[in-house]
Write a protein that binds this ligand. Structure first.
Ligand code: R5P
Length: 302
């Protein structure tokens, strides 16, 4: 059987090489650029006819990425690809999971519809599942989710003696409890009130004493960074000099990576989105999810 072809959308080369190596797949190439008016030019430089194609595209800054990604998937089909799957280490638009105010777009469903129409399957890392039970609630294609919590736990075990794992809000408890269990550390969950995109208040009343432990904040993502910044400041009032902020996905809107560093926090993220804080590698768990599931890419499991 012919080996699958793995193709990076711009900015995904490191993860694509990692995956192609683990999966024993070929790396394919596309040419992608913008015309002077901003329209997208896309061309497959590798022949994908008759081959299982795996597109790699993490979806931070999703608006500029999704249209070229849809063009790539549709073109691959036209060129005769046997199947077209998507590895999206960070899956965007999961937080607008209901109509909070009348008339709002439930964009998680709309993006799910677009990607389900374009791809045969989807693999991702820890999507933000808050009000949805699973991706199957909105995606019509086979999806596989891998979890970074055990890898974050390993990082903590290797680097932080005497940690206290802290979740900034009740939504984070699913990650925090999983990380704490594997790290063999205690955990606590704070209370958060979000009044707007950049207006977050954290209450630390329930935390108790740190007892000399190093506080490690754990969340699924850092976006504006307001959640982590508010928690870091409160921890510092409790004499935690250098709290550690860990997140699966470091989006770092509003230069929040810089603001967190200036606030005295160390930040650790996974390489679901390339960034200098990437200390946790999700490449292997992604490759395993695809390589060991014959329903996604049968060519990998002859
Ligand atoms: C909340 O639902 C998420 O788990 C994160 O806590 C949140 O998205 C972080 O956002 P920001 O960095 O903008 O405070």
């Amino acid at each position: 059987m012919t080996a699958p072809v793995v193709v990076a959308m711009p900015g995904n080369d490191a993860m694509t090489q990692r995956l192609a190596q683990s999966l024993n797949a070929d790396i394919g190439r596309i040419e992608l650029r913008a015309f002077p008016d901003g329209e997208t030019y896309l061309r497959f430089l590798t022949d994908v006819s008759g081959r299982a194609l795996v597109m790699v595209c993490t979806l931070d800054h999703p608006n500029e990425k999704i249209l070229p990604l849809l063009f790539a998937a549709a073109t691959a089909r036209e060129l005769g690809a046997a199947s077209v799957g998507l590895i999206s280490p960070y899956l965007a638009y999961m937080r607008q999971d209901r109509r909070f105010k009348p008339g709002e777009a439930v964009t998680s469903r709309e993006v799910a519809r677009l990607l389900s129409n374009a791809f045969d399957w989807l693999v991702t890392v820890d999507p933000h599942l808050h009000r949805y039970g699973s991706l199957a609630d909105i995606y019509r294609i086979p999806t596989r989710v891998v979890h970074a919590a055990p890898l974050i736990s390993q990082w903590i075990r290797a680097h932080v003696p005497n940690p206290l794992i802290i979740g900034p809000d009740s939504e984070s408890e699913q990650w925090v409890s999983a990380v704490a269990r594997v790290a063999g550390a205690p955990y606590a969950v704070l209370e958060k009130v979000r009044r707007g995109d950049r207006d977050v208040e954290i209450s630390i009343e329930r935390l108790g004493h740190l007892d000399g432990r190093t506080p490690i904040l754990v969340d699924d993502m850092i976006s504006s960074g307001r959640t982590m910044l508010a928690a870091v400041r409160l921890l510092q009032e409790r004499e935690a000099t250098k709290p550690i902020c860990t997140a699966v996905h470091g989006l770092f809107a509003d230069r929040s990576d810089v603001l967190l560093a200036q606030a005295g926090a160390r930040v650790v993220t996974s390489n679901s989105i390339p960034h200098e804080t990437n200390d946790v590698d999700v490449g292997e768990i992604l490759a395993n999810a695809i390589g060991k599931d014959a329903r996604l890419v049968p060519e990998l499991n002859p």
